[in-house]
Design a protein around this ligand. Structure first.
Ligand SMILES: Nc1nc2c(ncn2[C@@H]2O[C@H](COP(=O)(O)OP(=O)(O)O)[C@@H](O)[C@H]2O)c(=O)[nH]1
Ligand SMILES: Nc1ncnc2c1ncn2[C@@H]1O[C@H](COP(=O)(O)OP(=O)(O)O)[C@@H](O)[C@H]1O
Length: 193
């Protein structure tokens, strides 16, 4: 049987987590676990595809494997969401903050393949957020949040568990992702023998 695995994509805001998750979906048909949030949708975001957008009252009715507060909003991933994605494919992905990534690494062990993204130049990262359409006031609040500052560095709890990718150049990032997918697909061929 093919081993079930999940690519846990983490890193600070603007490091490219969503972009990586979309690439894994379009290039390799790797489904993404959709998580729940109380934050308002950004322009272009669609409920049920990007997030399940919740009110504070509806958020607390779900069964979470883990949940966090990030820059004043609630986020959580459900056990049901994980099981539903694994029904569709043995290799799936999820986008989490580093606290969530630590929980997944602890709860799922080797099934969780953690990818930590970072951008070397902070100015470039701010420019990416601006280009993405984030309002200057929101960017200011986000980059001043404790959670953003915490996620700037690979947490001790993920050292030795995470594949670190410096996402400055998309072609280089793509190559590293291609290698990872190949590695984890071959892993299964090897373990089946
Ligand atoms: N722990 C955890 N983090 C989540 C979850 N859903 C989203 N996040 C993280 O919450 C943070 C804020 O997400 P978002 O508002 O979409 O901002 P972004 O990082 O700029 O895309 C990011 O680090 C996401 O990876 C979840 O269910 N659990
Ligand atoms: N390597 C890259 N070079 C330039 N822009 C990038 C790169 N990776 C992602 N981006 C852009 O940066 C912005 C933030 O990326 P996104 O995936 O939304 O980050 P996150 O989900 O971590 O907040 C998006 O507009 C995305 O298109």
């Amino acid at each position: 049987m093919t081993t079930k695995r999940i690519f846990v994509i983490t890193g600070p805001t603007g490091s490219g987590k969503t972009t990586v998750s979309h690439y894994l979906r379009s290039q390799y048909q790797i489904p993404q676990v959709i998580t729940h949030t109380t934050r308002a949708p950004r322009e272009g975001e669609v409920g049920g595809r990007d997030y399940y957008f919740e009110t504070p009252a509806s958020f607390v009715t779900k069964h979470y494997l883990e949940h966090v507060t990030y820059s004043g909003n609630q986020y959580g991933s459900s056990r049901e969401g994980l099981a539903a994605a694994w029904e569709r494919s043995p290799l799936i992905s999820i986008v989490l903050d580093t606290a969530g990534a630590i929980t997944y690494a602890r709860e799922l062990g080797e099934q969780a393949v953690v990818i930590y993204l970072e951008v070397a130049d902070q100015e470039a990262l701010i420019q990416r957020l601006t280009k993405r359409g984030d309002l200057p006031s929101r960017i200011k609040k986000r980059v001043a949040s404790d959670e953003y500052l915490r996620d700037q560095a690979l947490p001790v709890g993920l050292v030795g568990h995470a594949h670190v990718i410096v996402n400055d150049d998309w072609q280089a990032t793509r190559r590293q992702l291609d290698e990872l997918v190949t590695e984890y697909c071959q892993h299964d061929v090897v373990t089946k023998d």
